[in-house]
Design a protein around this ligand. Structure first.
Ligand SMILES: [Zn+2]
Ligand SMILES: [Zn+2]
Length: 273
């Protein structure tokens, strides 16, 4: 269940464009998406250049909906390299952007998303504002408990066992908020390489920084991270949910379940190795 449905409850009809385990980077809009946008009262977007396909789709749909940027009001994290890498079919894909778009990986930021959703729904449906506000209050209380849970889990780890490896750099806000350090592969400029990732450089970082656990991700193919795990001599501990929730039967069908799962997987993986 998304944060939008937690706030909207049964007063809203929610249409999700990029669904469970979907990847907004490579998403190809369908004709039905433009029709959904044209009929919408509110369009919720992450912003910070996460959904590269969306601006053109919004224009094409001629929608008159309020376009809401959920990251409005967060403190954006600069991307020192002007973006981050994804590895798709052995290719390094550079996702350019001045700021890291993965803001919801901090629960404190997710609370700002919720405030933005309430504002948007109240503006579009004044009669429902009281219900949206009450739903949000309950939800924000759960988010506070989640935030505290993650802080306590990390605090239980030794300070020199807080570095992990992931396949793309989606956890900068988690790092800033909770103090887990994430390493991820960078691309290399020579395209003739068999793999476009700088695996050697990452393996050195893993050794130098005594990284304790490696994770695959639900949106990324596992070949590169398996190669890294083999070369680093560490097992893959678990799957993290980075840019998309799981389906209803998976480990992360809601935002709270996703953050709970990731925090549990990270701290359990670090404690085990
Ligand atoms: Zn990206
Ligand atoms: Zn991402």
């Amino acid at each position: 269940m998304t944060s939008a449905s937690r706030v909207g409850g049964d007063r809203i009809a929610l249409k999700t464009l990029v669904g469970p385990n979907g990847d907004a980077h490579v998403y190809e809009p369908k004709p039905a998406d433009a029709i959904a946008l044209a009929g919408a009262d509110v369009v919720l977007t992450n912003g910070l250049e996460l959904e590269g396909f969306l601006d053109r789709l919004i224009t094409a749909s001629a929608t008159e909906a309020d376009i809401i940027i959920l990251t409005d009001g967060i403190e954006p994290r600069e991307e020192p390299g002007g973006g981050h890498y994804h590895f798709i079919d052995g290719q390094a894909i550079f996702h350019a952007g001045a700021y890291d778009p993965h803001a919801r990986q901090s629960v404190a930021n997710a609370k700002i998303y919720v405030e933005n959703i309430v504002g948007a729904f109240c503006a579009a449906d004044a009669d429902g504002c009281e219900a949206y506000t009450a739903n949000a209050e309950r939800y924000l209380g759960e988010l506070d408990a989640l935030h505290t849970e993650i802080i306590e889990r990390v605090a239980a780890l030794p300070e020199d066992r807080r570095t992990v490896v992931v396949s793309h750099n989606a956890f900068g806000y988690f790092e800033g908020e909770y103090g887990i350090h994430f390493l991820s592969p960078q691309g290399v400029s020579t395209e003739s390489e068999a793999s476009a990732a700088d695996v050697g450089g990452l393996i050195r970082e893993i050794r130098d920084q005594n990284a304790g656990a490696i994770f695959s991700e639900n949106i990324a193919d596992t070949r590169l991270i398996e190669q890294i795990a083999t070369e680093a001599g560490l097992p893959i501990s678990d799957v993290l949910y980075s840019d998309a929730l799981s389906g209803p039967d998976g480990a992360a069908p809601s935002y709270i379940a996703m953050m709970h799962h990731n925090a549990q997987a990270i701290t359990t993986g670090l404690a085990a190795n």
